[in-house]
Design a protein around this ligand. Structure first.
Ligand code: AHM
Ligand code: MG
Length: 334
C-alpha cells in the first residue's frame, strides 16, 4: 500500500501522463479546484456559528457583508479558477449565463471550460447535514484565439475530460475522475492536505439501498412507482433499505461505497425532474460509469443526451449497474 500517504497534489502530478491530453494544464486546473475546496470547506465548517458571528446579510468584523454560503462558494470557485491561465469559460448553477474569462486570457488561448454546482444541497446547511460541490471539465470546441461560446458548454457528457465532487461531510473528501477510474481523497484538516484514502472506487454491481424522495411518489411515472414497490417487496434480498439525505453528492457517495441506487425522476409537477444535466447529472454520470456503475434518465444513457440549454433539467437514475438496469426495465414495461 504505497498509496497510503500520497497527497492529492502528488497524485495529480504522478497521474498526469494518463490524461487524455497530457499536459500540465489539467493538473493545474485540478489543483485550483483542490485549493477552492479547502477555502469553501473552511467556511462550510463554520456554518453552525452563524448565529454567533453573524448571519447572511450582516456585516462582519472587517466591515464586509456576510454572504450566503452558496454565493460564497460560487465566488470562491470562480475566483480560483480564473486566476490560473487555463480556463476560458465557467458556467455555474448559480449564474444565469456562462462567464467568459478574459481578465487573464485576453487572447483567448485557454482551452478548458468548467461547469460547476458550487454548493449542492445547500438547504441542508441550516440543519448541519452534508453538502457538496460538483464539477465538470471539457475542452472547448471553438478554436483557441476566439471568445468562448455557448456550444463550448453544451457538449455531451461523454466529452468530459474530468469530473468530480467534494463532499463536506463528517470528513471532507474530494472524489474525481479523469477517465481512468475514480479516486477519493480525504482532507486532514490539521494539516490542510487531501490524502488518497479511497483508491479505485467502484460501485458494487448491486446493492440494497434505494434513495428517492418518496414524498413525491404520487406524482412519479408508473414505471418508477412499480420499481419502488419492487424495492419494498419481501422477496429474495428485498426489501431494500431506504436512505435519502436530500444531498445528491452525499447520497451518491454512500451508494457508491455501499451499493445502491439514487432516483430523481420526472413527475407530474416537474416533467423533466429537478436535477441539472450539465452541473449535476453529467459529472455524476461520468463518475458512476468510471466506478462501474450506471446513470440514465430511465431510458437513455445520461452522457449521450445532447444538451440544448445551460440549465436543462433531466430525470436521473444512477448507481449500482444491476439496480439501474432493473429500474430501466420497469420504465420500459410500464
Ligand atoms: P439544489 O441544487 O437546489 O441544491 O438541488 C439539488 C438537490 C440534490 O442535491 C438533492 O438530491 C435534491 O436536490 C433534493 O431535492 P428534494 O428536496 O426535492 O428531494
Ligand atoms: Mg444543485
Amino acid at each position: 500500500m504505497t498509496h497510503k500517504k500520497q497527497t492529492l497534489g502528488e497524485f495529480i502530478i504522478e497521474n498526469q501522463s494518463s490524461f487524455q491530453y497530457s499536459s500540465g494544464e489539467l493538473s493545474s486546473l485540478l489543483n485550483s479546484l483542490r485549493l477552492a475546496a479547502k477555502i469553501v470547506n473552511h467556511e462550510v465548517n463554520k456554518a453552525g456559528l452563524v448565529d454567533i458571528i453573524g448571519a447572511a446579510g450582516d456585516t462582519n468584523i472587517q466591515g464586509e457583508d456576510q454572504q450566503k454560503l452558496d454565493v460564497y462558494a460560487n465566488e470562491k470557485f470562480i475566483q480560483t479558477l480564473t486566476k490560473r491561465n487555463i480556463v476560458c469559460g465557467i458556467a455555474s448553477e448559480e449564474e444565469d449565463d456562462f462567464i467568459t474569462i478574459n481578465s487573464q486570457d485576453e487572447n483567448h488561448q485557454n482551452k478548458y471550460v468548467v461547469l460547476i454546482d458550487p454548493l449542492d444541497g445547500s438547504s441542508n446547511i441550516d440543519v448541519n447535514v452534508s453538502v457538496g460541490t460538483i464539477f465538470s471539465i471539457y475542452r472547448r470546441v471553438t478554436p483557441v484565439g476566439t471568445p468562448v461560446m455557448l456550444k463550448d458548454f453544451l457538449q455531451k457528457g461523454s466529452e468530459q475530460v474530468a469530473a468530480g465532487y467534494i463532499v463536506y461531510g463528517t470528513s471532507t473528501m474530494l472524489v474525481y475522475t479523469t477517465g481512468d477510474g475514480v479516486n477519493g481523497f480525504t482532507l486532514n484538516p490539521a494539516i490542510g492536505s487531501f490524502y488518497l484514502s479511497h483508491p479505485c472506487m467502484e460501485f458494487p454491481e448491486s446493492g440494497s439501498i434505494y434513495s428517492v424522495n418518496e414524498g413525491n411518489y404520487i406524482h412519479f411515472p408508473q414505471g418508477i412507482k412499480n420499481y419502488i414497490k419492487y424495492c419494498q417487496k419481501e422477496e429474495e434480498d428485498r426489501p431494500y433499505t431506504s436512505r435519502y439525505i436530500g444531498s445528491l453528492v452525499s447520497d451518491f457517495h454512500r451508494n457508491m461505497i455501499k451499493g445502491g441506487i439514487y432516483l430523481y425522476p420526472q413527475s407530474s409537477k416537474n416533467p423533466n425532474g429537478k436535477l441539472r444535466l450539465l452541473y449535476e447529472c453529467n459529472p455524476m454520470a461520468f463518475l458512476a460509469e468510471q466506478a462501474r456503475g450506471k446513470a440514465s434518465d430511465g431510458y437513455t444513457r445520461i452522457m449521450d443526451i445532447e444538451p440544448t440549454e445551460l440549465h436543462q433539467r433531466v430525470p436521473f437514475v444512477c448507481g449500482s449497474r444491476l439496480m439501474v438496469e432493473k429500474a430501466e426495465e420497469f420504465m420500459k414495461n410500464a
